[in-house]
Ligand binder design. Structure first.
Ligand code: NAI
Ligand code: MG
Length: 350
């Protein structure tokens, strides 16, 4: 019986994680759940944003579903973003962010952004020197190579399987045409991104069946808006991946629908909607649960339940197609109504 650790966290995390857990229970009734704490409210109460008990629960579980946490924009003594800490503690070096067309009228796309999750400007080496502030950007060959392997392996897999996308019919990219785009800014960041680029292109040679190309990050941002259908798998460094994946989410309805996975070499994996605690809508019962529910689908794939994962994705597609959508997508449905619809569609597929 697989055990899933739930970490709702702050704000809308408290709303979307119970919703996703309801869907998981529907398609995989044998799952056991343990709940753990993390985040700002946890920090205020007990002095740490990521208690040892939470780390132990994540380590013991077969997978973790994480909601969102609120992080102050000014330094607070002793506070560190728990999701960054979790990624580093368990060396969850790959952040997988799939994006696909979800609603009519959206551009046709089906891409997977593979974001390096442990280094770049996120290593936490910032300092003030008088009126100057300096951040160190760390890129290593080892981290670049291992993230490149993840990207090429996923590209290979995507070429062999029908995609997770629910609206693939009109897509320009067909099965057998996998491609990895290495996104960087090596023309300016010659040493850091130069090393990332070099490592990725080296790794590419081990995957002759996967097409590889490269693009500067500014051009990639433009092409993602202008013609996102040209991308299959994108691999990039931490900060660029953070930004471009939100951009990609914006093409298909926004942060409310975007899922992600944090995976490493070991068994521990943490699945989370891309969005944060959304303080502007928290507590109103209108948070979109789709990002969390699709993250749960990625979790099901990870624990070896692809059929249950497929049911969840289809149920989400049917729910959206029926127009049961939250205000961020232009609808009027509540978190509960969307969740209930997904549960109903998932049950009907039995
Ligand atoms: P955010 O993702 O919380 O919100 C950005 C916008 O998207 C807001 O307008 C919000 O209402 C909307 N949105 C987000 N999730 C939604 C959902 N499920 N349904 C409908 N609309 C949704 O990002 P923001 O405002 O920049 O940050 C708020 C807090 O979240 C900050 O404290 C930040 O540090 C934290 N954060 C945490 C993350 C995490 O836990 N992984 C990731 C990003 C931000
Ligand atoms: Mg982000």
């Amino acid at each position: 019986m697989p055990t899933i650790c739930l970490i709702p966290g702050d704000g809308v995390g408290q709303e979307v994680i119970p919703a996703a857990a309801r869907v998981l229970t529907t398609v995989a009734p044998d799952l056991a759940f343990v709940e753990a704490e993390a985040g700002w409210a946890c920090f205020l109460r007990c002095g740490t944003a990521l208690p040892d008990e939470t780390l132990a629960a994540v380590a013991a579980a077969d997978a973790t579903l994480f909601g969102a946490t609120q992080s102050p924009s000014t330094p607070v003594e002793g506070y560190r973003s728990p999701i960054l800490a979790l990624r580093q503690h368990f060396d969850l070096y790959a952040n997988l962010r799939p994006t696909w067309t979800m609603l009519p009228g959206q551009p046709a796309l089906d891409l997977l952004l593979v974001r390096e999750n442990t280094e770049c400007l996120y290593v936490g080496r910032e300092r003030r020197e008088g009126d100057a502030a300096i951040a160190e950007r760390v890129i290593t060959r080892r981290a670049s190579q291992r993230i490149a392997h993840v990207a090429f392996q996923h590209a290979r897999r995507r070429a062999q399987q029908p995609s997770a996308s629910l609206a693939t019919d009109s897509l320009p990219l067909t099965i057998g045409q996998s491609a990895v785009t290495v996104v960087h800014k090596a023309n300016v960041l010659k040493l850091t991104d130069g090393l990332f680029r070099e490592a990725c292109l080296e790794v590419a040679q081990a995957y002759p069946d996967v097409r590889v190309n490269e693009m500067l990050v500014d051009a990639a941002a433009m092409w993602l808006v202008k013609n996102p259908g040209r991308f299959d798998v994108i691999v990039t460094t931490n900060l660029f991946g953070d930004i471009l994946s939100d951009l990609a989410a914006g093409l298909v309805g926004g942060l409310g629908v975007a899922p992600s996975a944090n995976v490493g070499a070991g068994r521990v994996a943490v699945f989370e909607p891309v969005h944060g605690s959304a303080p502007d809508i928290a507590g109103q019962g209108i948070a979109n649960p789709v990002g969390a529910i699709l993250s749960a689908a990625m979790l099901l794939d990870h624990i070896g339940r692809p059929e249950a994962a497929r049911r969840v994705r289809s149920a989400v597609a049917e729910t959206l197609a029926c127009g049961t959508i939250t205000p961020d997508l232009g609808g009027a449905a509540s978190t509960d109504e969307v969740t209930a619809a997904v549960v109903r569609h998932a049950s009907a597929q039995r």
